[in-house]
Design a protein around this ligand. Sequence first.
Ligand SMILES: [Cu+2]
Length: 614
Amino acid sequence: MWILKYREPKLVQIARRNRQEIVRAGLTRRELFRLGLLTSAGLLAPIRGLSARASCPGDCEPGCSPPTTPFVEPLPIMPILTEVPESSLVPAPTTNPNTAINPNTGLPFEGRVEPHQFRDRFPPVKFFETRMVRANLRIARDGELPLQPLWAFTDPVAGPSVPGPTIVSRYGQPILVRRHNELPPQSENGGFGKPSVSTHLHNFHSAPESDGGPCRFFERGQYFDYHYTMANAGFNTPQFSATDGDIRESLSTLWYHDHRIDFTAPNVYKGLAGFHLVFNEFDTGDENTGFRLPSFPEFDIPLFLADKLIDPQTGLICFDLFNFDGLVGDKFTVNGMIQPFLEVRKRRYRFRILAGGPSRFFQLFLTDLDHPNQPIPFWIISNDGNLLPKPIQATSVRIGVAERYDIIVDFSQIPNNPSRIYLENRLRQDDGRGPSNEILPAGQGNLLLEFRIGEPAPDNSVDPATLPTFYEVPVINPADARITRTFEFERKNGQWAINDKFATCEDIRFRFQRNSAERWILRNSSGGWAHPIHIHLEEFQLQRINRVAVRPGQLEFARKDVVRLEANTEVELLIQFRDFLGDYPMHCHNTIHEDHAMLLLFAVDEVGDNKTKP
Ligand SMILES: [Cu+2]
C-alpha cells in the first residue's frame, strides 16, 4: 500500500503538467477529439496521467484554494469608461468595415465584415475606445495571493481593470465603442483563454454586426467598431417609429462580456466582462429627477458576483478545461475582489446585482450575524435590467448566471440597527450541474460582501414602500403568436445539445419573421441539471412555468433575457423580434455548457419558416 501512497501524488503531478500543456495549446473540442484525447462521450480519454479528477494538493478543485482573509479589502468600484473625441479614433470609424490589410498581421485592420445597420439614422455622438490586454491585478489582500495575469479591458485614463470599466450611456445618444484585441499570444495564455474575442452587449437591442455574437470574433492585432443605436426596441415599426421605439422597452442594467464560440467560459472567467448602464429621462441617475432612484454613482452601485478556483501550488486562478459539468469556485469575488467590504451610510442604495458565472446560481439574503434569524427585507426594482411595473418586497432573490436584479436596500431601516450586515448566498451548489434545492441556514452560506453601516445621510430617493410605478410591461398578445416552437435542452454524449444538435456557426436553425411574435416552449427534462437560457436581441415574456401561469405582480411578470431552466422545468414564453435583420444565438449561459455546445443560431428575416422543433 505504501507504493500506492507514494505513487499517487507523482501521477497527479504528471497529470497536471500534461493537462496544462493541452490547455495551453488552446485546442477546441473537435481538435481534442481528433487527437484521441476525447472519447465519443465527450470525456477526457483515460490516458495514464490524464485523470479528469485528480485531488488536492496541486489541482484545480473546489476546497483546494489557499486561505484568504475576508473583509479587509474595500469593494472595488470600476472606473466609468472615459469618452474620447471622434478624432482620436485612427483610422476614423466608418459605416462599412475597414477591410484594408494590416501589413503587420496580414489580417484586415478591423475584424468586422458587415456594415452597421441604421447608422445614418442614429449617427454616433459619443465615442469610446478600449483595449483587451493582459494585466497583473490583485484579487485579495496584498501579499496573500500573487498578482493574477488576467485579461482586462482598459480605460484610456484609469488603465486596465477586471471587471472592465463601466460604460455609461443614455437613450437618444448613439455611441460607438472601438475595441482592440491586444491580448498575448496563445502560448502565453497562462493555461486557459483564447486570444480571439467577440464582445457581446448583453442584452442590448443591437444589430447582429454590433451584437458581439459567438461567430463574429476577431483576432490579435485587430479592432472592431461596435455601434449602438441607443434607441428603444420598435424604432423601425410604424407604431413606434416617431418616438424612436417604445419607452416601455427601456433597459437599464446591462453587461458586456466575451462570447467567442467554444471559448466563452475561459475568456470571461479570465476577466473579459464589465457593466454597461443605460439611463433615460425617467431612470436618470439623479434621485431628484424622473423616477428618483438613488443617485449614480454614489448610491447606485453595480455588484459583479463571481466564483473562482485557485491553484494551491501557484496561487493563481485556474480553470479545468476537461470538466464539462461546469465550474463552481470556492472563492467568491465581488467586482473582482475576494470578499470585500463596502462602507455605506444610513440611507437607500441601489445595487445592480449580476451573477457573472461560469456556472454558479445564487440565492441572496442580507444577514445580520448577531441576529441570523432576523429576515432583512429589501426591494427588487428590476429583472434583467428591465424596471418592474412596481417594486416588489423580498427577503431573498434567486439569480442564475447572467441574470441581473436591481435591488434597493435602505440601511436606515435594518432591524436591530446593526453596524455590519452581509450579502450572503445561501443556495447550496456542489458542482457545475446546477444548484441543489437546499437553502443553507443564515450565516452558514457564502458571505460575499460586508456592509459597514455608518452615519445617516441625506436621501431624496423615492421610497419603494410607496410603490411608485415605473414602466408597464408591453404585453405581447398570445393570439398574435405566428407559430409555436419547442426546444429541448438535453445532455448528449457527455456534452450539451438543443433539440439533439450541437452549436455550429454554419447552421441557421430557423427563421423568424421580423416584426412578428412567436410562442416558444423551453424544456429541460433532465434530473439534476440547470440551464440559464439566454436569448439575444429582444426580451421575452414568460407565460407559464411548469404549466402554471405567470401573473401580474410576480417577479417573473417582466421582460427577461435569461430564464432559469432548472431541473425538470418547462417554460412557455412569448417573444418578438423587431427592427434588425440577421442572425442571433440562443444558448445556455452556464458558459461551460455553452462552449460544449448548448447554443444555436436563428435568423430574423423578412419571411419566417414553420419549423416547430428546429
Ligand atoms: Cu446549461
